[in-house]
Design a protein around this ligand. Structure first.
Ligand SMILES: Nc1ncnc2c1ncn2[C@@H]1O[C@H](COP(=O)(O)OP(=O)(O)OP(=O)(O)O)[C@@H](O)[C@H]1O
Ligand SMILES: [Mg+2]
Length: 267
């Protein structure tokens, strides 16, 4: 098991009182496995994964447990909930990487992509400058950016939206993380680009055995990419099971509603 989340609870202290965002979330993910999280807006999907990365807003309170298996066999797992910033910094980027709906949140607009990628590879993988540049270009090619060696010198705004998303995936996967968290990575893109991006992620995962935690509104995407799905509603985990079970024998009323809302593929 790579990640074991038990009884995760998140609430926020606000001027208007307490907001209970996530009530009691438990799930696990194995090495190399892909798990989807679906659910309506505000159901707690993003905050749940941000909690794993130690990236919640300052007014958040988290309890429960999220244990990340140690990188070396035989060593104890790492508790992410309540971990020291020093511990989380070492996990983030290197062992757990995250891609967001809006790539600009992850890219520095003032720095060339090459500068950002080289920095990442030097910090997390201890590469020298020249080796990092070579690895960065290879990564850009892997996410199918044409003329990667030239375009790596671009600034983020010089790429189209879809290309920027690829750059972010290249950056996230360049450190060969054990877990990739993708929060609505394709919602902002049109359908053909969306499919291409998902293909790129699947291809790279296959090569590196990276586990995937994929947040999306689209149950079809989950069925295509994941072996298990979690369905959240208003801070509760209402359904959890294999794709086959969730699609063919859903337990929750809410899952049945979600399924009824997507166009049915016969056969
Ligand atoms: N800093 C904050 N202070 C107060 N409440 C917050 C804060 N951040 C998030 N929330 C609340 O937490 C709840 C869960 O939010 P979350 O971002 O996880 O939703 P989501 O499932 O990712 O939705 P979407 O599909 O729209 O992205 C929401 O009710 C949101 O308003
Ligand atoms: Mg969200």
């Amino acid at each position: 098991m790579l990640l074991d989340v038990q009884n995760l609870k998140i609430d926020f202290e606000t001027h208007a009182g307490r907001v209970d965002a996530v009530h009691d979330l438990s799930f696990s993910i194995d090495r190399g496995e892909a798990v989807g999280i679906v659910g309506e807006s505000g159901s707690g999907k993003s905050q749940s994964v941000l909690a794993l990365m130690g990236l919640l807003a300052g007014n958040a309170r988290v309890s429960g447990s999220a244990k990340l298996a140690s990188a070396q066999a035989g060593e104890p797992s790492i508790e992410l909930v309540g971990a020291k910033p020093r511990v989380l910094r070492r996990v983030r980027g290197a062992r757990i990487a995250m891609i967001f709906q809006d790539p600009m949140t992850a890219l520095n607009p003032h720095l060339k992509i090459s500068t950002q990628m080289i920095e990442l590879l030097r910090t997390h993988r201890g590469m020298g400058r020249r080796e990092a540049m070579k690895a960065a270009i290879e990564m850009m090619e892997a996410v199918r950016i044409p003329e990667a060696a030239r375009r790596i010198k671009y600034y983020p705004h010089q790429f189209s939206g879809g290309m920027r998303q690829r750059v972010m995936i290249a950056m996230a996967l360049s450190c060969e993380p054990e877990l990739l968290i993708a929060d609505e990575p394709t919602t902002a893109l049109d359908v053909t680009v969306q499919d291409e991006i998902l293909d790129v992620i699947a291809e790279l995962r296959e090569r590196t055995n990276t586990a995937l935690l994929l947040i999306t509104h689209d149950l079809g995407v989950v069925a295509g990419q994941c072996s298990r799905a979690l369905v959240m509603r208003a801070g509760d985990l209402v359904e959890h099971g294999s794709i086959d079970k969730v699609f063919n024998a859903p337990e929750a009323e809410y899952t049945r509603d979600l399924l009824a809302a997507i166009p049915r593929l016969e056969g």
